[in-house]
Design a protein around this ligand. Structure first.
Ligand SMILES: *[C@@H]1O[C@H](CO)[C@@H](O)[C@H](O)[C@H]1NC(C)=O
Ligand SMILES: *[C@@H]1O[C@H](CO)[C@@H](O)[C@H](O)[C@H]1NC(C)=O
Ligand SMILES: *[C@@H]1O[C@H](CO)[C@@H](O)[C@H](O)[C@H]1NC(C)=O
Length: 365
């Protein structure tokens, strides 16, 4: 039985702050009617000094940790939490909740999205486009290769993670019961995305069921980089991933969770990757990339609010359905984990994600 000092958290919300927030904020999840995350504060050594406490409901069934921004902060925070003796996280659901740059091909500002794959895009070679060979389509290309379009030769293991797709669908259905908010400023921004290929960007904010995400410490912008990363996502996911959002933490958090899963500390089939669009990753057709980056990020307030509005439905759904469904778990029907197939009993090329990786290794003898 869990002692009072060791919350058997049903849901752990990994909230990711943005630079636009003062430390101590994500107030969106505090002082809400549904549950009180400030009833118990648990200080955990090694988590972000800006957010030194894990905030929990009194019974410990719902907790929130703030990871800190960007990959190194997020990985350090999550490793400290996952190895802390103060929590039993073996049956906990992890809801990753943060804002993201969004592709107007698939979603919009204020929209709430769910990923199956998270791809690490910063882990590449880069030659400044002004110095790259003339036949290159991008200055970014995979490590150990000689140009864009080639599968990486140097693999470190954090390039791509795949989460439980059946759980993603359950989370989407719960999120869809929420009424998302919108603002006039967001409506005006969307109205500038008039190209038919950006129909999703121009539409009202919605829950987007499938929106694969990209992790990079570099806060990039622009159509050309977006296209390069769309290509990288396809390459690393065996043509199955659809690049849709860009952020600075998810692969870091997922790698910490993968290692914890390998140590029996968490169940990797209990992870939901949720991101809300705070800004577009590229300008409207014919627009300026720099202007897109420097413009006032009008999507931040509704993105933060909608993360909470949709996220509360997911948290409540898990807690309310604990005995009937979630305690036992949602069996994944896809191969979850990393490129190596680390969580599979048999590490071979039958996993979709691993096919490209093992295919290369076999092919090279
Ligand atoms: C937990 O910390 C928050 C500030 O982060 C504070 O407002 C709240 O009162 C604290 N709760 C308890 C039970 O001490
Ligand atoms: C969403 O809004 C509609 C119309 O205002 C309302 O009928 C419905 O109850 C709301 N749903 C939730 C979950 O708040
Ligand atoms: C992306 O891939 C397509 C198809 O292979 C190619 O035509 C395009 O030039 C690539 N774009 C970038 C930026 O690498």
């Amino acid at each position: 039985m869990a002692s009072r000092d060791k919350p058997p958290a049903h849901v752990l919300l990994a909230a990711i702050p943005s630079l636009k927030l003062a430390p101590g904020q994500p107030v969106e999840w505090h002082n809400i009617p549904e549950f009180n995350l400030l009833a118990r504060n648990i200080t955990v050594p090694g988590i972000s000094p800006l957010y030194p406490d894990v905030h929990c409901t009194y019974d410990g069934s719902i907790c929130q940790i703030i990871t800190g921004q960007a990959e190194i902060n997020a990985a350090s925070t999550m490793s400290s939490l996952l190895n802390s003796p103060r929590f039993d996280l073996t049956s906990t659901y992890f809801l990753l909740a943060g804002i993201a740059g969004i592709s107007p091909k698939h979603a919009t500002v204020g929209g709430v999205t769910f990923a199956r794959y998270a791809v690490q895009s910063g882990l590449q070679h880069e030659i400044d486009a002004r110095e790259m060979p003339t036949h290159f389509t991008s200055g970014y290309f995979a490590q150990g290769t000689t140009g864009p379009g080639q599968y990486p030769e140097w693999i470190v293991g954090t390039e791509v993670f795949e989460v439980n797709d059946a759980l993603r669908q359950v989370a989407v259905d719960l999120a869809k019961t929420a009424n998302l908010t919108d603002t006039d400023a967001c409506k005006r921004l969307r109205a500038t995305y008039t190209s038919p290929i950006y129909a999703a960007g121009a539409a009202a904010p919605a829950v987007v069921a499938r929106c694969d995400t990209l992790t990079s410490d570099t806060f990039w912008t622009g159509s050309l980089l977006a296209e390069a990363f769309e290509n990288a996502t396809l390459l690393l996911t065996n043509q199955d991933g659809v690049y849709c959002s860009t952020q600075q933490e998810d692969n870091a958090v997922l790698n910490a969770l993968l290692r914890a899963a390998l140590s029996g500390l968490v169940d990797f089939s209990r992870i939901i990757v949720m991101r809300a669009g705070s800004d577009f990753d590229r300008p409207p057709e014919g627009g300026s990339a720099a202007e897109n980056l420097f413009a006032l990020a009008v999507g931040f307030p509704p993105a933060l609010l909608n993360l909470r509005i949709a996220g509360v439905k997911i948290v409540q759904g898990i807690v309310d359905g604990w005995a009937g469904t979630f305690k036992r778990g949602i069996e994944p029907t896809n191969d979850i984990g990393d490129i190596f197939g680390s969580l599979r009993e048999k590490r071979d090329s039958t996993s979709r994600l691993s096919q490209a990786f093992f295919g290369r290794r076999v092919g090279r003898g």
